[in-house]
Design a protein around this ligand. Structure first.
Ligand code: ZN
Length: 192
């Protein structure tokens, strides 16, 4: 199974506005091959989403698949699917903070606030229009991946004091609530 190289933060392609694809382009064998390679690269990483800029292609193309069910994290399984030229609408004012990571910010984890509910319209891999209403972890994945198409990384939106290596996240923070984490890493107050 061939996989693609995932570019890391600092690569200029991750900071560009990606270009939209036409319906004719989506049907091209080269784009269909790219979708298959992105799917295999995401599964191999492993990750739950991959945007084309992350493999060095500045195109509005995302693949998503979440095999994990975890009600505590508002997380349900999401089958493999493709989004082309997506538009994202945040629904309501509810925001949820959680640790997330990025295959282009490898080895780190950080608390990022995200909207709990979103609507996405896009084209699928056949160029057909789709509308998705998502909440919880799936909504987080959609916001993260669509950010990649606008040159935005999760570190742009993170609570910077929560930034941790994945190893230290597992060691110190995995079982803590986000509010406990934020209290533990809050800027120390100078003595009176
Ligand atoms: Zn990412």
């Amino acid at each position: 199974m061939p996989t693609l190289k995932i570019v890391q933060t600092g690569d200029p392609v991750l900071r560009q506005q990606a270009r939209a694809l036409t319906a004719q382009e989506i049907a091209l064998p080269g784009i269909q091959m790219l979708i298959a390679l992105m799917r295999d690269t995401m599964r191999d990483a492993p990750g739950v989403g991959l945007a084309a800029p992350q493999i060095g292609e500045s195109l509005q193309l995302v693949v998503i698949e979440d095999p994990v069910e975890d009600p505590e994290r508002d997380r349900a399984k999401v089958p493999f699917h493709v989004l082309v030229n997506p538009t994202l609408t945040l629904e309501g004012d509810e925001r949820v903070e959680a640790f997330e990571g990025c295959l282009s910010f490898a080895g780190f984890s950080m608390v990022v606030p995200r909207a709990r509910n979103v609507t996405v319209t896009a084209l699928d891999e056949r160029g057909e229009p789709v509308e998705i209403k998502a909440s919880g972890w799936y909504a987080r994945i959609l916001q993260h991946e669509i950010d990649h198409l606008r040159g935005v990384l999760c570190c742009d939106r993170m609570d910077a004091r929560t930034l941790t290596t994945a190893e230290n996240h597992a060691r110190h923070w995995r079982t803590a609530s986000v509010s406990d984490v934020k209290a533990a890493v809050a800027l120390p107050q100078p003595d009176e």
